[in-house]
Structures are given as structure tokens and as C-alpha cells.
Design a protein around this ligand. Structure first.
Ligand code: NAD
Ligand code: UDP
Length: 307
């Protein structure tokens, strides 16, 4: 299969490039490197089953070859990134998704959208099933990401219904692992970097807000199963092991044997108070569930950050 991965030089996208090449596919990685790094794919640059194209997918995409699958992962994903690039985030989620769907339509290819648990906003239901419509502040600072992804889901299903494209939507919950940027602002790389350098661990708010963290290899397996399924409705992929941010800080301090102490900083606007995926659908429809526990995943990630 020939596959186009937008955002393929990012954290999840680069793992997907590796995985799909290993499965025998030809991968075209398209990325403008706004939050990704060429370093993430440098080991693939000489592979004859891999091609990198530097391009902003919010601009028209002109592909010379036909692809069988379009995986649309391009978008800033860390809160500090999308707060820094609010308009680019809105454009890649809207115009970028439209362009990526256009490629799928022209090539009669399948299409998978990387959506997010942020479509549920600050959820009033916990855990979140796919049937929950969400609680999003469309004019708040996080709205640029949440609404772009909600639009992206809407246009993806519109292309499915109108043009008969075989589309998939994965709602990705907090994912972590090697290749995250040390300073991308997301909680796991931030805490690991602080702990390894014996610096204060910056917990936002009272640290009692919850998240559920999925190791990247589990995420890639779930995405692959969804890619090959007959399913067109959105599917949650994530690890339902919910914990507070404060508990996470303590786990990371212990695992790194750090001298760091927790300090408290203001909670960012609209920071969700709870987040936990209901993965019943993925279990039944995809026969998928996460296998890597937090201890193992964090140990691998800490090892990578220490190198
Ligand atoms: P990332 O920032 O590492 O990767 C995103 C990639 O997209 C980067 O390489 C970036 O340069 C590229 N990109 C952004 N705008 C682009 C544009 N206009 N044109 C071309 N390339 C562009 O983030 P990630 O964590 O790997 O996230 C990948 C995808 O998964 C995103 O769509 C994100 O919304 C989604 N997601 C991730 C998580 C998570 O926990 N990591 C959670 C929910 C959803
Ligand atoms: N967080 C924190 N300290 C940090 C970075 C993040 O306490 O240095 C908190 C943040 O407020 C949120 C949670 O950790 O409640 C997860 O944040 P992240 O940016 O990783 O992703 P989110 O799930 O909010 O999209």
C-alpha cells in the first residue's frame, strides 16, 4: 500500500511512519515541521520505501503519485503549541483536513483523521463514551484546537456520506512516549525533564484534575486496527487508567529518584477537570485494549529522555 501521512514528522506521526514501513508499505510523510522535527524521521530518509515532502497541508496538496490511504495527523497538539499558533491550528484542522480529504477523494483512497479527546472539552460525563457530545468553550483559548477538530470530524463524515469515501476517526486520548519534545509543554515530558534535572515540578492548579495516559505503541496498534476495520464512526483510543496530575508527579519523582519538589502554578483557562476514555467500542469492534502499564511506559520514556 502507498500511504500519505500528514504530520508524519511529529511524535505520533513518526511512530506511525516506522510502523507502516515495517508492515511493508510505502510511506509519504508530509509535514511543515511547525512542531515536528526532521530528527524524528532521519533514520527513514534513505529508505526507498519512504519519502519526505515539506509542505503546509493548509495549502493545496499536489501529489505526483496515487495513494491508497491518507492518514491526517498534521496539527499542533500541545496546549502551548496551539496557544502559540491559534490561527494555524484552526487552518490545519479546517483547510488542512479539507485538502487531505481532497487527496483521498481524488485517489479513491481510505482516510483516517487523528481527532482528540478535546472534542469532549471539559467533560460533564466521566468516562467519556463516543456518544457524548462534549462541553466545549468555543471562544476560549483552547477553542482553536477543540473546534478545529470538531469541524474536522464533521467534514470527514460529510465526505463519507456525500462522496462515499471510506473514512475513519480516531479520538486520541493523552499519549506519551519517546520523541515528544522536552519543552512541548505537555505534562509527561515537562515532569520528566524537571525531575531529571532536580528542578521544581510545576503542577497546575491543585493537581487534582485527572488524565489517563496511553503509551505510544498501544496507540499505534489501536490506530492500525481502526485503519483496517469497517468502522466509520469515531472511536476512542486511550488508556482508561485515570489518575490525578499530582499522582503522576509523584510517580515520576519516584521513578527518576529525583530530589525535585512539587510547586503549584495557576491552572490554564478551560483545563479539563477529568478525562478518561470509555474504550468499550474499541474493545468490541477492534478487539483492542492497551497493554503497556504506566510504570513500563514511563520507564521507557524516562530512558529515552535520559539518553
Ligand atoms: P506533534 O506536534 O508532535 O505532531 C504534529 C505534526 O504535525 C508535527 O510534525 C507538525 O510539524 C505537523 N503539522 C502541524 N501543522 C501542519 C501543517 N499545517 N502542515 C503540515 N504539517 C503540520 O503532535 P502529536 O502529539 O504527534 O499529535 C499528532 C496528531 O494526534 C495531532 O493531529 C493531534 O491533534 C493528535 N492528538 C495527539 C494527542 C497526544 O496525546 N499526543 C492527543 C490527541 C490528539
Ligand atoms: N500540567 C501541569 N504541569 C505542567 C504541564 C501540564 O500540571 O507543567 C497539567 C495541565 O494543566 C493538565 C494536565 O497536566 O491538567 C495535562 O496537560 P497536557 O498539556 O499534557 O495535556 P491536556 O490533557 O491538558 O491536553
Amino acid at each position: 500500500m502507498k500511504v500519505l501521512i500528514t504530520g508524519g514528522a511529529g511524535f505520533i506521526g513518526s511512530h506511525l511512519c516506522d510502523f507502516l514501513i515495517k508492515k511493508g508499505n510505502y510511506v509519504i510523510c508530509m509535514d511543515n515541521l511547525i512542531t515536528g522535527k526532521k530528527d524524528n524521521i532521519k533514520h527513514l530518509l534513505k529508505n526507498k520505501h519512504f519519502k519526505f515532502i515539506k509542505h503546509d497541508v493548509a495549502e493545496h496538496i499536489r501529489l505526483k503519485e496515487k495513494v491508497n490511504y491518507v492518514l491526517h495527523f498534521a496539527s499542533p497538539a500541545s496546549p502551548i503549541d496551539y496557544l502559540k499558533y491559534p490561527i494555524k491550528t484552526l487552518k490545519v484542522g479546517s483547510l488542512g483536513t479539507h485538502n487531505a480529504l481532497g487527496v483521498a477523494k481524488k485517489c479513491k483512497a481510505k482516510f483516517l483523521l487523528a481527532s482528540t479527546s478535546e472534542v469532549y472539552g471539559d467533560p460533564l460525563v466521566n468516562p467519556q463514551p463516543e456518544s457524548y457530545w462534549g462541553n466545549v468553550n468555543c471562544t476560549g483559548p483552547r477553542g482553536v484546537y477543540d473546534e478545529a477538530k470538531r469541524f474536522a470530524e464533521a467534514i470527514t463524515l460529510a465526505y463519507h456520506r456525500t462522496h462515499g469515501i471510506n473514512t475513519k476517526i480516531v479520538r486520541i486520548f493523552n499519549t506519551y512516549g519517546p520523541r515528544m519534545r522536552k519543552h512541548d509543554g505537555r505534562v509527561i515530558p515537562a515532569f520528566i525533564d524537571q525531575a531529571l534535572n532536580n528542578k521544581p515540578i510545576t503542577v497546575y492548579g491543585d493537581g487534582l484534575q485527572t488524565r489517563s495516559f496511553c503509551y505510544v505503541s498501544d496507540m499505534i496498534n489501536g490506530i492500525y486496527k481502526l485503519m483496517n476495520s469497517r468502522f466509520n464512526d469515531p472511536v476512542n483510543i486511550g488508556n482508561p487508567n485515570e489518575m490525578t496530575v499530582l499522582e503522576l508527579a509523584k510517580r515520576i519523582i519516584k521513578l527518576t529518584r529525583s530530589k525535585s519538589k512539587v510547586i503549584y502554578k495557576p491552572l490554564p483557562a478551560d483545563d479539563p477537570k477529568v478525562r478518561k476514555p470509555d474504550i468499550a467500542k474499541a474493545k468490541v469492534e477492534l478487539k483492542w485494549q492497551p497493554e503497556i502499564n504506566l510504570q513500563t511506559g514511563l520507564t521507557k520514556t524516562i530512558g529515552w529522555f535520559s539518553d
